[in-house]
Design a protein around this ligand. Structure first.
Ligand code: FRU
Length: 554
């Protein structure tokens, strides 16, 4: 940074854990640099609060202990520079996770924005959730990798930032694996290392790796980065898996097509097909990669997934799946180098709160599940005035089934979520008459509802959570929540529904996972009521269980 643009600096001896920076959404975006002597260690943008801050962002001073650091502000001077201070606790820590619109069933960052889950990996008894993170604002920007761990996919502990931006660029999305056979030669000690593969979003983008030999607690960037040489494209979001039959690592990589502008006068689709959307690379050691093929996922982009799923009810029959950030998936075959599609593209979810989902690598074979976490992307300002922006979605188990329509993925909440149940109300088999509400006596904010209902003479069934209806149109065989509608068949005249209610989301699962509809909605304004009703005629409750849930942060 040129000195002429710096108008104000302040120096500190780093003696406490955190450097606190005042934030106010909507304040002018300022560039801050934090230096050690002449060396710029961090540079980021922040809506610095000149007056009363909305919340305090923090920079972890752990690596500076005892040293003198200089904070410099680019542009005009600001009184904010005088309020920046150190502390051993995050300012406002006592209220963290209890804020009005803090999701209670799913992960969000203590402070700042998050988007895509990155590096979902199970390692040494822990689930790791790395994620796209802006520590200094509740909006997208300054991409770092945040990090949290969980013993059970439900209770998460946020750890220090895993990857900071560097000279190769901001830290964009990627994945992580356990290098069981030390193929990269980066193991130190007796335990196999965790290796993260990420995009450095510089000019141009490139793919890099970082290794951890301490259970993911710290990641060291590999000195030979980047490992996939830059291309002219904004290629990104490497998803890496071990392909046992060929004994190689496989990377699915998104090939950014925004560069299609470089082909003026050509039809965009023609260009797209030519430059394609995703590539497959292979490697013996995670350090040397070779491109082997390309594949398309119609109507999807970014964040590829590639994994094998057994077909339920068969012994050993399986298919390979690819999907992009929207969760549009294609079923096919994969030989370690080329994905061969065998289906049309299908949709994994019908909600408005799902993007850039990733599945865990290295789940033990004794468990064998394919577990996914999406970014619970919201399009409305659900988290306005909160010291964080956005959250993950619920953890989901994916299974593959033969249906009358062909092979389809089913999505169900992981069984571990049952740990949050505090009390259960069971309603025995009974008629559900027009005008009745068997849930009228219940009040609370966090729920799981499991219902098996014979539609009988009803034309509509409605589960109403805190004033937001999830309704089933019997004639059209359609379920609607908010502005989303999806089909759900009757099975023997019945539908099965499972609904999770959080403060800012409703997740609807229909017919044992055939339908998956995660919806982002602010439920905090409504009364804490529940209702189940039949309209246009009576229905029959076959089974109904309503579980009140505890906060995952308790
Ligand atoms: C998807 C995405 C990725 C990119 C990341 C940046 O949401 O755009 O393609 O790596 O977010 O935060």
């Amino acid at each position: 940074m040129a000195d002429s643009t710096v108008t104000a600096t302040r120096s500190f001896e780093a003696e406490k854990r955190y450097l606190n920076l005042p934030v106010r959404g909507g304040a002018p975006m300022r560039r801050v640099t934090v230096s050690l002597g002449d060396e710029v260690r961090h540079t980021f943008t922040i809506e610095l609060a000149d007056g009363e801050p909305q919340w305090w962002a923090f920079l972890d001073l752990g690596s500076f202990s005892g040293e003198s650091i200089t904070v410099a502000l680019e542009g005009e001077d600001s009184p904010a520079l005088d309020t920046i201070h150190q502390s051993d606790e995050i300012v406002g820590a006592e209220a963290t996770y209890r804020e009005a619109r803090r999701p209670q069933l799913r992960f969000s960052s203590r402070r700042g924005w998050l988007n895509d889950p990155n590096g979902l990996v199970f390692h040494d008894g822990e689930y790791h959730l790395f994620y796209q993170h802006n520590p200094y604002g509740a909006e997208w920007g300054n991409m770092h990798w945040g990090h949290a761990v969980s013993p059970d996919l439900v209770h998460w502990q946020e750890l220090p930032i895993a990857l900071y931006p560097d000279e190769l660029g901001a830290m964009f999305s990627g994945s992580a694996v356990v290098d069981w056979n030390n193929t990269a030669g980066l193991q130190e000690g007796a335990e196999p290392p965790l290796i993260a593969i990420y995009t450095a979003a510089g000019q141009p983008f490139s793919q890099c790796i970082a290794v951890s030999n301490d259970r993911g607690r710290t990641l060291q960037k590999y000195s030979g980065n980047p490992v996939v040489p830059s291309t002219e494209l904004g290629s990104r979001d490497p998803k890496v898996i071990w392909h046992a039959p060929t004994g190689k690592w496989v990377m699915a990589l998104y090939l950014d097509w925004y560069e299609a502008e470089k082909y003026p006068g050509r039809p965009i689709l023609e260009v797209l097909h030519e430059i394609n959307s995703y590539a497959i690379y292979t490697s013996p050691d995670l350090k040397h990669w070779q491109k082997s093929s390309e594949f398309m996922i119609p109507d999807d982009a970014e964040c590829p997934e590639l994994f094998e799923l057994p077909i339920s009810g068969t012994s050993g029959d399986s298919r390979w799946i690819v999907f992009g950030a929207e969760g549009r998936y294609v079923i096919g075959a994969f030989d370690g180098e080329t994905f061969t599609p065998e289906s049309e593209r299908h949709v994994l979810n019908n909600g408005d709160c799902f993007y850039a989902a990733q599945t865990f690598t290295d789940i033990p074979a004794s468990d064998g599940r394919r577990i996914l976490i999406p970014w619970g992307e919201t399009k409305s300002p659900l988290f306005a005035e909160m010291p964080f922006g956005e959250s993950m979605g619920l953890p989901i188990e994916l299974t593959l089934h033969r249906t009358d329509d062909g092979l389809r993925i089913f999505a169900n909440p992981v069984r571990e979520l049952a740990a949050l149940r505090t009390s259960t109300t069971r309603i025995a088999e009974q008629a559900l008459r027009v005008g009745e509400n068997p849930l009228a006596s219940l009040a609370g904010e966090l729920w799981e509802i499991e219902a098996d209902i014979a539609v009988g003479d009803a034309s509509r069934l409605v589960v109403d959570v805190r004033g937001v209806p999830v309704s089933y149109d019997v004639e059209r065989r359609e379920i609607t929540c908010g502005d989303r509608t999806a089909s759900l068949e009757l099975i023997d005249g019945r539908i099965r529904l499972r609904v999770f209610v959080d403060r800012t989301a409703i997740d609807v699962f229909g017919n044992d996972g055939r339908l998956y509809m995660p919806m982002g909605v602010d439920l905090t304004g409504g009364e804490p009521t529940l209702s189940l009703r039949a309209e246009g005629g009576d229905a029959v409750i076959r089974t109904l269980e309503v579980h009140e849930l505890a906060s995952a942060w308790d």
